[in-house]
Design a protein around this ligand. Structure first.
Ligand code: FES
Ligand SMILES: [Fe+2]
Length: 349
């Protein structure tokens, strides 16, 4: 795991590579999809698309949060079209089939199914779901490792900072004309700080930016310069989950793969309860937005150049770009491994 050159440029736009990533990565890993506070009451639901898979999340009458593929077992309509709301059952808009909040199909009246049709065999397809740090994660594979095991060393850092009484502050969302990996690459190094992020560069000693790459995560740390009140602590977990700590509170970030040449970057900011909205917004909120917009100016231009056919691959710094190298090695290993490996052996390479 010591590559010194980038992925080949076609990895950033090729349809077949993207399809392989969906199959071998996004259908296998835990993915952050929502916040717990969006689903706090019985009957609360939200719908979302995860790497092109429509999903519905709903809190049952037994208070248990569940996730299902948002696909009717009759003729494949979405069972819930709304983005969010509260419901007593899930009613398919196509022919009116009804599912309990536990995903069980009621016997559809006037259906006249064949003798072998049994509504009990047609529950919604379930999806693994777990909650942590105020967030909801799902996993589309059949027998994933637990979320806490998957988080690994990430949990030590985020667990230290996040507290259950944190308040959801706000969400930022950007559709960026770039492959999801183009965005992750940029996140995985501090080498661009002096050129791209003037304020961050005033606050941290970028030459001492360090990454600890292991267990499918990179824990970033960078010492602050004297006088700065914005110490930096950052981390990325394969494939697309990130946390940023600029001061108080925490910022979660993810990079959703939309299409080979498009991704969606989503930030959720959480603040401690004793910090007012305005105070947090004018400090950590402003800081996060500024850093993000600085990156977003460059990234679509990089994507464009990756697609020109002029550049095929480039060298990586063995000091400052170990996170990019680690990410690229993981991509190659995951998409080339045999599907349906024993999930217990994953992540230890
Ligand atoms: S597709 Fe859902 S009821 Fe027919
Ligand atoms: Fe950046």
């Amino acid at each position: 795991m010591n590559r010194t050159t980038t992925l080949k440029s076609h990895y950033y736009y090729d349809e077949a590579i993207f399809a392989k990533e969906v199959e071998c990565i996004f259908k296998e890993e835990w993915l952050w999809v929502a916040r717990s506070e969006q689903l706090s009451k019985q009957g609360d639901f939200i719908t979302t698309d995860v790497a092109q898979f429509p999903i519905v999340l709903v809190r049952g009458k037994d208070n248990i949060l569940r996730a299902f593929h948002n696909i009717c077992r009759h003729r494949a309509s979405k069972v819930e079209l709304r983005k969010s709301g509260n419901c007593k059952q899930l009613v398919c808009p196509y022919h009116g089939w009804r599912y309990s909040l536990q995903g069980q199909l009621s016997n559809p009246p006037k259906f006249h199914g064949s003798d072998s049709f049994d509504h009990n065999d047609h529950s919604l397809y379930p999806v693994n779901i777990e909650e942590k740090y105020g967030l909801v994660f799902i996993n589309l594979s059949s027998q994933p490792k637990s979320l806490i095991e998957w988080l690994g060393p990430f949990n030590n850092v985020v667990g230290d900072q996040y507290s259950d009484d944190f308040l959801f502050h706000n969400e930022l969302k950007f559709d960026v004309h770039a492959n999801w990996k183009t965005y992750v690459d940029n996140y995985q190094e501090g080498y661009h700080i002096p050129s791209v992020h003037p304020q961050l560069n005033r606050d941290v000693i970028w030459e001492e930016y360090e990454l600890l790459n292991s267990h499918d995560c990179s824990i970033h740390s960078v010492p602050e310069k004297g006088g700065s009140d914005q110490p930096g602590s950052f981390g990325w977990h394969f494939p697309n989950f990130i946390f940023n700590i600029y001061g108080r509170g925490i910022v979660y970030q993810r990079i959703d793969p939309l299409r080979p040449k498009w991704c969606r970057v989503i930030y959720n900011l959480f603040r401690p309860p004793d910090i007012s909205y305005d105070d947090f917004e004018n400090n950590e909120g402003k800081y996060q937005l500024e850093v993000s917009l600085e990156d977003q100016e460059l990234i679509p231009e990089i994507q464009h150049n990756l697609q020109t056919g002029i550049y095929t691959s480039g060298p990586l710094s063995t000091k400052y770009e170990t996170g990019v190298a680690y990410f690229h090695d993981l991509i190659i290993n995951k998409i080339n491994r045999e599907l349906n490996n024993d999930s217990n052996n994953r992540g230890d390479r």
